[in-house]
Structure formats: structure tokens, C-alpha cells
Design a protein around this ligand. Structure first.
Ligand SMILES: Cc1cc2nc3c(=O)[nH]c(=O)nc-3n(C[C@H](O)[C@H](O)[C@H](O)COP(=O)(O)OP(=O)(O)OC[C@H]3O[C@@H](n4cnc5c(N)ncnc54)[C@H](O)[C@@H]3O)c2cc1C
Length: 490
């Protein structure tokens, strides 16, 4: 009884309203803009259901008794946290770290929220019960959740309620005995085209009079009134799998979600109209830490892949033995080790929250600050290593079908380690990781997925224990004085 890929695909044929190039998509599982990414998401469930992976990737749900992915597991010890991390890492290896919002991301956030249920319960017992019941439902059905927690940009010098268009940002417009009605937009629903349900809330601070924007709820992607306004599909723009192997398989998509008077039953509402609680749900519970810990685990895998690409570039172009090239590779290896070490440290320094064991908050934020800056630098190093190699390539796989062009490919694509065909294959892959539109979106993703840098650095500032640092300065200052120095002049 483990969720399979086939079950996931079937669940996505639910009539969800996804719009692309002016048209509503009938079925995301078959449409050329999404079908391969959707297939990738389904393959994650097949992977966990393989007999050799069942123990490592799944655990028995305390609710249903069925096995579900370990992303739903609430770790109670360091050992459990590490085995859960190993499961997340194995899943990330299936997509080489290129699915930012794989199913374990939002599940980790929701699991963290439930670890802090006591805080929720002190605030409102009914809403805390709704959260717990929903968590059990999502876990027992091994749901793929996406989320939208950011308000549309519009004018960032104004808050949600101050925008010229007060119906721009998703907000409460009505409530009755059955539930709430929400209208307006949210950004940015990564993976929403292939998730089962979406968690909608606000992480931005709100002002006291902005209660209608203080919402937190989950709805199925096929909920009446929910419109998914998809960005351009890189999967659809890919020439072929040979030309764009990553865009083809891992374009998780991003979308603006518009809630057109969407009705949400109370049992799916966690917060409705409480500004303080909306702001605190992520930080007074381990939710934010737990979801972003997943991001670091995923990034560790992606970095390993990128380091492999860097090494292969150097070998392919015969530059691997140049000292300056080894220096660049050494820098990359050190960068990857920093991420890995920070993950280890946040686990070793983990803390108990009630009966649960969660990664260290400040080390997590420190890792985010570092990696947000690191990723574009790593990509720049790969470009530096490759020179024109990723550009000096046949226009498409079709060039191989023309014997005359194929002859020229054969004579121009030489490499010390690869046949001409494999050199082309490799550099097409490298470009898709480093320079294609898909790759460029990944730079933007790693720079912004958990907030602009001033937000991430603000979290680091807020959670650092400054006293030992300032105490050292005070101790030093106390070790000398003006009087003492003046005395020495006498
Ligand atoms: C590829 C991608 C995928 C994403 N996926 C998701 C997702 O699945 N779910 C989700 O909810 N969100 C998602 N996001 C949204 C992400 O969370 C936001 O991009 C992020 O929170 C930053 O907000 P913003 O884009 O509105 O940037 P802004 O807040 O507008 O910041 C942009 C820049 O403006 C400046 N700036 C803005 N405000 C200030 C200020 N107050 N003080 C100083 N400078 C300021 C800074 O220079 C900042 O870097 C995704 C984003 C990207 C790029």
C-alpha cells in the first residue's frame, strides 16, 4: 500500500484550470508543456515503492498503518532526523536536485508546523485541530503539496492592503458557517501544475488593519475558482531530450495562482484574519526551519551534480591538469563541502521542540545566506571553465541526420575523453545546467526561493547569539583604560 506513480498521474487528471498561451490545458499529464515533468514527479513515487527502497524512503504512518514517504515523519531524535535526511537525499538524487518544490518541500514545512502544534493550540484549539487533521490526511495519502506564501509584487514599497488594487492580493472576502471565501492572487506556485493540493498563506509581515490578508489554508488544485497562470514552459521549448535533457524532465513550472472567489471549508482553514498568528506560524513553530532544511539537502545533491559537470568540462577540454583549473575545481569542491558541513552542523546542533528534534535554526539561516550567494558564483565558475564549448555545438539533434553535417560534427567535436557524439551530448547537458533558459531560472530560484537576500540575512541576524561576540569585545575593552594609558605616559 505505497503510493505509486500511476496513482499520482491519475490524481492529476482532475480538471484543474491551468492556463498556457491563452488556452486552458485539458490534461497536464499529456500536454507537451508539462507531461515529462509530471512523469518525473510520478517516478518519485515509483522509486519509493521499489522493494529495495521501501525501508529507507518510507515509514509506517501512525494514522493509516500504510507506508508513506519519510518527508512526513516527525523526527524525535538526531538518529531519526538523519535517516529522514537520507531519504530526502535519495529522492533528490532522482532529479539531481533540480526539482526545487519536490513533494518533500512543503510536506517538511507542514510537518514543522505540526511539531509546533502546541503553539497553535494555545492560540485556537479548533484551528489547531484542523491543522492536525489535515496533516494526517495529507500524510496518510502521501499527497504532493505545493505552496504560495508570497503576495504579488505590484508595488513593494506598499503592503498588501495599501496596493492601488485592493483585490490584487488573495484575501478573505466572506465567511459563513461552512468556511471562508478568498479572492485575489498569490505568487509563485512552483510545481503547482503537478501537485495534488496547494497551501496558501502569507509569510510577509502584515499591518494590524490587514487582517483579511492573514490567511492559511489548503485546497485541492482542482478547487472551483482556482486559476493556475503558468509561465512559459521550458519543457515545451526544448528541442529534444538530447538537446535539453534537463529542461525536458525537470521543468517543475512556476505559476501565479488566482483565487476567483474560492470557497474553502473550515476543516481546511488554519488561520483566517489573525495578523499576528499568520506572521508567527512559520517562526514560532519549526515550520520555516524544517522546510528550508529540506532545501539545503536538495541543494547538496545539485551541487554534487554541478561539480561533476565542472570536472567533466575540464576533462572534455583537456584542461584538467592546468594548475589554475585545479584551483577552480578546488574552490568548487570547498563550496560543496561548506553546504554539506552546514547540514551536518545544523543536525548535530539540533534542538528539542517538545518531543521533536529539529535542526539548529541559526545554522540553517547561515546556510541559506551562504548558498544564496554561492549558487550564481558556482554557475559563473562553470561558464569560466567551459569557454565556448557549450556554444560550439550542432543546432539540434537533427544535424546528425544529415550525412554531410554529421561528417563535419565528427571532425569538429573531438575531445580527449569523449567521442564527437558524446562531446555534443555532454556539452548540451552542461548548457542546460548552466546557461539555458531553464538554467537561468534555476539561478533565480536559488537566489530567491526563500526570500530576497535582505530577508534571509535578516533571519540570520535575528537568530544569531550575539552576546558571546559582544561579551568578548567588552572583555577586551575592560582590559585597558584611558587612565591606565595616561599613567603610562607619566
Ligand atoms: C523561480 C522561483 C520560484 C519560486 N517558487 C515559489 C513557491 O513555490 N512558492 C512561493 O510562495 N514563492 C515562490 N517564489 C517566490 C519567492 O518566495 C519570492 O521570489 C521571494 O520571497 C522574494 O520576493 P519577491 O520575488 O517578491 O522579491 P522582492 O521582495 O520584490 O525583492 C526583489 C528585490 O527588491 C528589493 N527589495 C524589495 N523589498 C525591499 C525592502 N523592503 N527593503 C530593501 N530592498 C527591497 C531587493 O533588492 C530585493 O532583492 C519563487 C521565486 C522564484 C524566483
Amino acid at each position: 500500500m505505497i503510493k505509486t506513480g500511476e496513482q499520482h498521474l491519475k490524481a492529476l487528471q482532475d480538471g484543474r484550470a491551468v492556463f498556457l498561451r491563452g488556452k486552458q490545458i485539458e490534461d497536464v499529464t499529456t500536454h507537451p508543456a508539462y507531461r515529462k515533468a509530471v512523469q518525473t514527479s510520478a517516478s518519485l513515487y515509483d522509486f519509493q515503492a521499489r522493494p529495495e527502497n521501501v525501508d529507507a524512503l518510507t515509514f509506517v504512518s501512525p494514522g493509516s498503518g500504510n507506508r508513506v514517504n519519510r518527508c512526513w515523519q516527525l523526527s524525535e531524535s538526531y538518529e531519526q532526523l538523519v535517516s529522514r535526511r537520507n531519504a530526502l537525499e535519495a529522492w533528490a538524487e532522482c532529479h539531481y536536485g533540480f526539482l526545487g518544490r519536490s513533494p518533500d518541500h512543503v510536506a517538511s514545512g507542514l510537518a514543522g508546523m505540526v511539531m509546533g502544534l502546541e503553539y497553535f493550540d494555545q492560540w485556537n484549539h479548533t484551528r489547531a485541530s484542523a491543522l492536525m487533521d489535515y496533516f494526517s490526511y495529507a500524510r496518510d495519502n502521501d499527497l504532493y503539496l505545493s505552496y504560495v506564501i508570497i503576495n504579488p509584487q505590484a508595488n513593494r514599497s506598499k503592503s498588501a492592503g495599501e496596493q492601488d488594487n485592493t483585490l490584487l492580493t488573495a484575501r478573505l472576502v466572506d465567511e459563513d458557517s461552512e468556511g471562508i471565501t478568498v479572492h485575489g492572487a498569490k505568487m509563485l506556485g512552483t510545481s503547482s501544475i503537478m501537485s495534488n493540493e496547494v497551501w496558501v498563506t502569507t509569510i510577509h509581515p502584515l499591518k494590524e488593519n490587514e487582517a483579511p490578508y492573514a490567511i492559511s489554508f489548503v485546497i485541492p488544485m482542482c478547487q472551483k475558482g482556482l486559476k493556475v497562470l503558468s509561465r512559459k514552459s521550458y519543457e515545451e521549448a526544448a528541442i529534444s531530450e538530447f538537446d535539453n535533457p534537463l529542461s525536458c524532465r525537470f521543468d517543475e513550472n512556476d505559476a501565479i495562482l488566482f483565487f476567483d472567489n474560492v470557497k474553502v471549508p473550515w476543516e481546511r482553514v488554519f488561520i483566517a484574519g489573525d495578523v499576528e498568528m499568520c506572521a508567527q506560524q512559520f517562526h514560532r513553530t519549526p515550520s520555516h526551519v524544517h522546510q528550508n532544511y529540506q532545501c539545503q539537502i536538495r541543494l547538496k545533491v545539485k551541487m554534487r551534480f554541478l561539480l561533476g559537470v565542472a570536472h567533466k568540462i575540464a576533462e572534455t577540454n583537456g584542461i584538467i591538469d592546468f594548475p589554475s583549473v585545479r584551483e577552480m575545481l578546488g574552490q568548487l569542491a570547498s563550496d560543496a563541502a561548506v553546504i554539506e558541513s552546514l547540514i551536518t552542523t545544523m543536525e548535530v546542533k539540533g534542538q528539542k521542540v517538545g518531543k521533536y528534534f529539529v535542526p539548529d535554526t541559526h545554522i540553517l539561516y547561515a546556510a541559506q545566506v551562504q548558498t544564496q550567494q554561492l549558487y550564481p558564483k558556482v554557475i559563473a565558475t562553470l561558464r569560466e571553465l567551459a569557454g565556448g564549448g557549450m556554444i560550439m555545438l550542432p543546432s539540434s539533434v537533427e544535424d546528425f541526420t544529415n550525412p554531410e553535417v554529421a561528417k563535419y560534427i565528427e571532425s569538429t567535436q573531438g575531445s580527449p575523453i569523449y567521442s564527437p557524439e558524446d562531446r555534443v551530448k555532454f556539452f548540451k547537458l552542461a548548457w542546460d545546467a548552466v546557461g539555458s533558459e531553464f538554467a537561468s531560472r534555476h539561478v533565480q530560484y536559488e537566489m530567491f526561493y526563500s526570500g530576497a537576500s535582505f530577508i534571509v540575512k535578516g533571519n540570520s541576524y535575528r537568530t544569531f547569539d550575539w552576546a558571546p561576540a559582544t561579551d568578548l569585545v567588552e572583555r577586551m575593552m575592560e582590559s585597558y583604560s584611558l587612565e591606565g594609558s595616561l599613567d603610562k605616559l607619566k
